[in-house]
Design a protein around this ligand. Structure first.
Ligand code: ZN
Ligand code: ZN
Length: 223
């Protein structure tokens, strides 16, 4: 890989859709004026929250160009958190834009900020949850890989992606609404009838029984 040049800047964070690794998208202006993009390195903290997920360049055209380039290479690009003003990310990373848009509308309709307790999960965090589950110290958790079922190490696990949770693809969010403001007390979405009605209007559902927070796009209601 080429050395970093003076004009290099990293613009966006992007998730590899196959491995869920989070990478940085860099932009280089060559001496002849042409612009090239590169996926350069893992982001040091794949589970970083909130403000860290911003596209760094103010110029909209630059961000759009980088996003289009990365999507062609098989990456999902994180939106600026400003794109979803009603969502407060609380652990995990941003997931599917389509789901974020619907969740943001839900917050807007309900006139409350939504607490996104767990959204996009890495395979590694799913691995940790799964081990807690089989050891009897955590909640029911989906498989973390496609091969191992009992006790296994992360070294074994990471060779068999992806994990079997919709969180790993960024297609599920564990959401609640804050009673006021962007912190403090909150209630899981499914306990409020008005919220349930809005969710139906927006094409959102609670597909996992006993989980009044696990929200996906769809029409399957088990909670
Ligand atoms: Zn595992
Ligand atoms: Zn969930």
């Amino acid at each position: 890989m080429a050395e970093k040049g003076k004009s290099d800047k990293w613009i966006c964070l992007a998730r590899d859709k196959k491995t869920n690794d989070v990478k940085r998208i860099w932009r280089r202006k060559k001496s002849d004026g042409t612009i090239v993009y590169k996926v350069r390195q893992n982001n040091p903290n794949p589970d970083a929250t909130d403000g860290k997920w911003k596209c760094r360049f103010g110029k909209k055209s630059t961000a759009t160009e980088a996003k289009q380039w990365a999507e062609k290479q098989g990456y999902a690009v994180y939106q600026s958190k400003d794109a979803f003003p009603f969502l407060v990310l609380n652990g995990g990373a941003w997931g599917n834009d389509k789901l974020s848009k619907k969740m943001n509308k839900l917050g807007q309709k309900h006139k409350r900020y939504l607490r996104m307790g767990s959204y996009m999960r890495t395979q590694k965090s799913q691995h940790e949850l799964y081990l807690k589950y089989i050891r009897g110290t955590g909640n029911l958790a989906a498989y973390c890989n496609t091969k191992y079922r009992g006790e296994h190490s992360w070294e074994q696990c990471k060779k068999y992606p992806p994990c079997n949770s919709n969180h790993c693809g960024g297609n599920a969010s564990d959401a609640s609404y804050y009673h006021s403001g962007r912190s403090g007390n909150y209630t899981n979405l499914g306990y409020n009838d008005k919220v349930r009605k809005y969710m139906k209007e927006l094409g959102l559902c609670l597909p996992v029984s006993g989980e009044k927070w696990h929200t996906e796009i769809g029409t399957v209601w088990r909670s």
